[in-house]
Design a protein around this ligand. Structure first.
Ligand code: GTP
Ligand code: MG
Length: 601
């Protein structure tokens, strides 16, 4: 809250905040040599510009494409249209136009819904496509134009993913494949920026010069499909706004500044009400105002997202930049982070709800720290100190509460010998990751990516992971002794499982499969896979075909009939008591019993 609502100590921050955005707007000279690394601020600027050129329109189905294309192209030129469905299976098209002016033209031609007078209209980039009144008007698009994406945010089906992983040749391929198939895709990122844009447009009706910026896994390169959207609202005072030569100054509502505290919390309350009452798509708003960084939580059903909105958490954005940079330095970093996050979720180390367990962010720092360790051929990532030492004037960033977020931004200036020295493949690295933490002295040592070497713990908290931007803080201070012990046990177990899974012939859960399948469904998955065919068997294969108690016919059935007979089978099964069913063997019987007890089927 402090930065957002204070103007006094903002002068240094202001320059720094504005610098990268402005830099990225300069048109690059084509004679410039091609740079190996794009900067984070360039990527952000590109995504924001994309969002300003885009609109999201709810439609009847994907077949509305032709008509929508025909209608919008009367007003503007269209670059691409992406289709997706939300969790209620409603259809949407994200249209990217050629220019921002195009969007303005289309918006000028919008109407508001008049039927229900209780609904106050609002302008935002989320629209819907009304059925045509004049049916004679023929709208169509050129035959060369097709949807750029269909069902674009549907996550990969788990069974299909596991089958694909099963068919990989090596563990390294499996890890790479897992990353490619589960990472947040282009449309997922676009939608996140559309929501940020919508919030920004609406909040601007109350606050001058505010920006809403995504941070966290949506932008740091570690996000998977369906990850939450972390947003921060910040003040972007421009040079013009603070020019003391300008003598006419806006009156302000002074009593509301009050730094953080109650004043700040009241502003968030107001934004919460705004989300509830004025932001199309936003709902289920929860206010978490007592936290160190107060946030508003909400869902956005038009974009199929969960959002966390903080006010003035600029250090969170810089933290995302840092993680993004580490991920950009070597192509092995992000796949390794992904597989570790998948594994931690599968074994229940992480959990979507807050509690006394580790979360994805500290876990990611653990992976980075491991990659900073010197191995035979050198290290893969530099310590943060190297990036700080190489920072220039243009890299100075000071966030709220004077948090120094200065580090080298242009990775092209980092000498080659400072990163990517070791040539191990992902398989070796994953095994080494587990072995490294299996032997790590959590009792005595803290993990710090600032130095890249273990440091002595300043207190007795079970797990100590230094916050890279506020080194006096521990990002895993919430982790209990029991959870830390579980982490130690699980890394040991994972190292063992990974090694054991590679001995001899590839089994049905070889390589990373046995690490990333949820413990509660692992038994079932293994059971349903048959031999080397790697196909899933049907439910009836679980039962003995000679068993008269179970009504299964061998004739070919329609889907509806199969569905009916499975339901019937379940009913009979329950009615005639479990012991009456004869399973192929006792292992299957035990497994089915366990699964039923856990209510998985
Ligand atoms: P998922 O949401 O689990 O996919 O990962 P995430 O990286 O987005 O984590 P999360 O939503 O928990 O946090 C969002 C961002 O806030 C992180 O990426 C960090 O930049 C920052 N963050 C999270 N936890 C802490 C913390 O304890 N201290 C600080 N300073 N920043 C944090
Ligand atoms: Mg997040």
């Amino acid at each position: 809250m402090t930065v957002f609502f204070q103007t006094g100590k903002f002068s240094i921050i202001r320059k720094c905040l504005n610098a990268p955005i402005c830099n990225s707007l300069f048109i690059r000279n084509y004679s410039d040599p091609v740079k190996k690394f794009k900067s984070f601020s360039d990527v952000i600027a590109q995504r924001k510009a994309e969002a300003r050129r885009s609109l999201v329109v709810q439609v009847n189905s994907e077949t509305s494409f032709n008509e929508l294309y025909g209608y919008c192209s009367k007003y503007a030129s269209i670059k691409d249209i992406h289709h997706y469905r939300n969790s209620e299976k409603e259809h949407f098209m994200l249209i990217e136009f050629e220019t921002e002016e195009n969007v303005k033209e289309v918006l000028k031609a919008c109407s508001s819904h008049q039927k229900d007078v209780d609904v106050m209209p609002i302008e935002s980039p989320f629209l819907w496509f009304r059925a045509a009144v004049n049916k004679k008007e023929k709208l169509s698009c050129p035959s060369t134009k097709t949807l750029a994406t269909k069902d674009g945010i549907e996550p990969v089906d788990n069974d299909l993913l596991y089958e694909e992983l099963l068919n990989c040749e090596t563990v390294t391929q499996q890890i790479q494949h897992l990353y490619e198939r589960t990472k947040l895709n282009d449309l997922g990122v676009r939608l996140r920026y559309m929501v940020a844009r919508q919030f920004e447009v609406i909040f601007k009706s109350l606050y001058a010069n505010v920006a809403v910026q995504p941070f966290g896994s949506s932008v740091n390169g570690c996000g998977r499909m369906g990850c939450d959207l972390d947003l921060v609202l910040s003040n972007v005072l421009t040079e013009d706004m603070s020019d003391t030569r300008r003598r006419l100054v806006y009156q302000e509502k002074r009593e509301e500044y009050a730094g953080g505290g109650r004043g700040g919390a009241r502003q968030l309350e107001l934004l919460g009400a705004l989300l509830e009452l004025r932001v199309p798509g936003a709902g289920a708003v929860r206010r978490v105002l007592a936290a160190r960084v107060p946030i508003l939580k909400c869902t956005h059903h038009l974009a199929a997202l969960h959002c966390d909105l903080a006010a003035s958490n600029t250090s969170g954005v810089y933290m995302s930049e840092l993680l993004w940079q580490f991920g950009a330095l070597d192509p092995r970093v992000r796949p390794l982070i992904f597989v570790v996050r998948h594994w931690a979720s599968a074994v229940g180390l992480t959990n979507p709800h807050p509690g006394r367990w580790i979360t994805n962010f500290p876990l990611t720092l653990m992976v980075l720290f491991f990659l900073q360790q010197k191995r035979k051929t050198g290290f893969i990532l530099p310590s943060l100190k190297v990036l700080v030492d190489r920072a220039g004037k243009e890299d100075i960033r000071i966030a709220e509460e004077n948090i120094n977020c200065t580090f080298l931004r242009d990775l092209n200036k980092l000498p080659h010998e400072e990163y990517g020295q070791s040539g191990e493949d992902l398989h070796t690295l994953l095994l080494q990751f587990f072995e490294f933490y299996a032997q790590f002295d959590f009792q005595e040592h803290a993990i710090s990516i600032n130095r890249g070497v273990p440091i002595r713990k300043p207190n007795a908290l079970p797990l100590y992971i230094v916050n890279p931007l506020e080194q006096a803080m521990n990002v895993s201070r919430n982790v209990s002794y029991e959870e830390c012990e579980r982490l130690r046990a699980e890394v040991r177990n994972a190292a063992w499982l990974l090694e054991e899974g590679l001995e001899g012939k590839k089994g049905d859960d070889w390589g990373v499969l046995r690490l990333i399948e949820r413990k509660d469904s692992r038994g079932l998955k293994q059971l349903l896979r048959v031999g080397n065919s790697h196909r899933l068997v049907s439910v009836k294969d679980l039962f003995n075909e000679d068993d008269e108690d179970v009504p299964i016919t061998k004739s070919k059935k329609t889907d509806a009939e199969v569905d009916k007979s499975v339901k019937e089978m379940r009913r009979v099964t329950v009615e005639k008591k479990e012991q009456k069913i004869k399973f192929k063997n006792s292992q299957i019987a035990n497994e089915v019993y366990r699964i039923r007890r856990n209510k998985i089927v």
